[in-house]
Design a protein around this ligand. Structure first.
Ligand code: NAP
Length: 334
């Protein structure tokens, strides 16, 4: 075991500015000991999520982060020492360890993960990203074969899986992503029907050309201008799965909300449904079975973006918010 616990501390909360390396600092603490009912975990892979930045803005489905705390975040971790009966040293768990080498957590909510190769799939397609894509699309978007599905942040971890599930359900799929290269990847490698480059400008015109018949299901990962553009392009009785709003997480508050919403929702008889992946916990086993089958058959291609070194975690999150990643970004701690 190492002698110290390296930690990335959220030194200063952004106040309307964009996340930068100097919001964080590297610290060292003693390796903690597990008490009664607790386990000592060694962090193996830290999940990088757009939500990490949203937690700095205020309370969400979890308490807001505060300056001075070890940066929060989910990770795949290995049990080193256990004071609970259901976990043994060597077991893998998914836990909110934060950005550090070691963490002590209550064993109550931790469950042993299956042995799986590669282990990283437990963070990507068989973790939060895959389950979010699955439930958001199928339970909230409810696509039918032949319908048109649009997904934003399409080359990211959730979006890339949403598009592939929609394809295997027989839909026409358009991904919105930043840059021509990501668009080519979506079409050539993942089998999307078309891609829209929101950074190239002329979003409304691009949308018109890509979906002249209108959108049946929009999977919203971004909010903002892309959300607004899709809203105008929805068909009557269309469904919008509201998954996240990454365009609103980093930097100053947006200048205005989406325009024309109330009238459009009424006249188009739209259904908008927000969701959090935990809402579907009771259906998790069935979803994982489907996802495992689709990965095994090659119907879902898994893209992982793995960066080495705990010390690189802040830069990796900043890069994700800037669109550097393709698929699921994570840190291999050591
Ligand atoms: N509801 C839930 O339970 C749940 C669970 C997990 C994640 N989420 C949500 O899912 C979404 C994706 O998160 P993720 O962690 O999987 O990250 P991700 O999609 O892997 O990465 C974020 C992507 O967002 C895009 N992006 C950044 N700024 C943007 C902007 N201003 N406009 C448009 N696109 C922008 C970037 O790609 P480009 O190069 O295309 O810009 C970047 O690659 C987020 O909204 C997150 O909050 C929700």
């Amino acid at each position: 075991m190492a002698e110290a616990n390296r930690q990335i501390v959220l030194d200063r909360l952004p106040q309307g500015d964009r996340l930068a390396p100097d919001h964080f600092r590297l610290a060292e603490a003693a390796i903690p000991q597990a008490g009664e009912g607790e386990v000592l975990l060694r962090t193996r892979y830290i999940s990088l999520d757009a939500a990490n930045r949203a937690w700095m803005q205020g309370a969400t489905y979890r308490a807001a982060l505060s300056s001075g705390q070890v940066m929060a975040g989910g990770a795949l971790a290995e049990v080193i020492q256990s004071n609970v009966a259901h976990l043994m040293p060597g077991d893998a768990v998914f836990a909110d360890t934060g950005w550090q080498d070691y963490a002590v957590l209550s064993g109550k909510r931790l469950a042993k993960l299956p042995d799986l190769e590669p282990m990283t799939h437990l963070l990507s397609v068989f973790g939060v990203a895959g389950l979010t894509a699955y439930f958001g699309l199928l339970e909230c978007g409810k696509p039918k074969a032949g319908e048109t599905v649009v997904v934003s942040a399409a080359a990211g971890s959730v979006g890339s899986i949403v598009g592939q599930i929609a394809k295997l359900k027989g839909c026409r799929v358009i991904g919105v992503a930043g840059g021509a290269e990501k668009g080519r990847w979506l079409v050539d490698e993942l089998g999307f029907d078309a891609a829209i480059d929101y950074k190239a400008g002329g979003l409304r015109q691009q949308m018109k050309e890509a979906v002249p018949e209108g959108i049946d299901v929009y999977f919203d990962n971004t909010g903002g201008e892309i959300f607004e553009t899709c809203l105008f392009a929805m068909k009557n009785f269309g469904r919008i799965a509201c998954c996240g709003a990454v365009s609103q997480y980093d930097g100053a508050a947006p200048p205005h909300g989406p325009r024309g919403i109330p009238g459009l929702i009424v006249t188009k008889r739209l259904t908008l449904r927000g969701f959090v992946v935990m809402d579907f916990e009771d259906q998790r086993a069935a979803a994982l079975k489907d996802l495992q089958g689709w990965v095994a058959s090659g119907q879902i291609k898994v893209q992982e973006d793995i960066i080495d070194g705990l010390e690189n975690t802040p830069a990796a999150l900043i890069g994700l918010l800037n669109g550097e990643n393709r698929g699921k970004r994570m840190i291999r701690v050591r």
